[in-house]
Design a protein around this ligand. Structure first.
Ligand SMILES: [Zn+2]
Length: 240
């Protein structure tokens, strides 16, 4: 599904675009090459490749797959996308081991409980805060924003002059907190990460789950302030 000149939503069970267990999967079109942002929960790559073809995209142009963090619903398609396209797979150093070994931090046991199964593949390279990733005509700036996991990263890009943030699970519409209290979760880091993201004044938000935002991202990020400083009971009932 084409969202803007440069960004497509190619997978995501929340949008019925790919099977159950898939996070939102975005494709950034840099012209001569593409970047895929996350790979879903493991069974979604065939549907995503089909969606790309329907949108007139050539999957063999995927040269970089950028992993926002190590949770199973964001890394499960790594094996299949590597097989299909020979893409490089990149992540933050803090989440590398979890992605390569499917240890506790990846929540792979939860994946198996929900009937998902996949193989891990080695990471080709790591990226850290401030690193610029070139994808054809587009530049993505890496932002390290821990809290949800230690190696959570977002990617900031300009699309038609509009600041757009591909942010995985560290932020989403309406200040939704998503999965908390798991291994790697640190509330204080999460608070700092939201503040840090706000300093970049993004206008569009492409989160790992739920609704993407075409404008007004700052007012949605401001909702975190209130939620994260609320008593624990309020935070827990706010989880969607
Ligand atoms: Zn997550």
């Amino acid at each position: 599904m084409k969202l803007t000149k440069r960004v497509y939503l190619v997978g995501g069970s929340g949008y019925g675009l790919s099977p159950s267990g898939d996070c939102n999967v975005y494709l950034v079109d840099g012209g001569t090459e593409y970047a895929l942002i996350d790979t879903g929960g493991g069974y979604g790559i065939p549907a995503m490749l089909n969606n790309m073809k329907k949108d007139g995209l050539n999957p063999s142009k995927i040269t970089k797959t950028l992993i926002t963090h190590c949770h199973y619903d964001h890394i499960g398609g790594n094996f299949d996308i590597k097989e299909e396209t020979n893409t490089e797979i990149l992540c933050h150093p803090n989440d590398r081991e979890a992605i390569e070994t499917l240890n506790e931090l990846s929540l792979y046991d939860m994946a198996q409980e929900s009937g998902l199964e996949f193989e891990a593949v080695p990471i080709d390279a790591t990226v850290d805060d401030g690193d610029i990733i070139k994808v054809g005509e587009i530049e993505l700036e890496t932002i390290h924003n821990p809290g949800h996991t230690p190696g959570c990263i977002s990617f900031l890009m300009k699309d038609d002059g509009v600041k757009s943030l591909l942010c995985g699970d560290i932020a989403s519409a309406s200040g939704r907190l998503g999965f908390i209290n798991g291994p790697g979760f640190v509330l204080e880091d999460w608070k700092k990460s939201i503040k840090k993201l706000m300093e970049y004044t993004p206008q569009r938000l492409y989160p790992g789950h739920g609704t993407f935002l075409m404008a007004d991202t700052m007012s949605h990020l401001m909702m975190y302030e209130q939620k994260m400083n609320a008593p624990w009971t309020t935070i827990i009932t706010a989880v969607g």
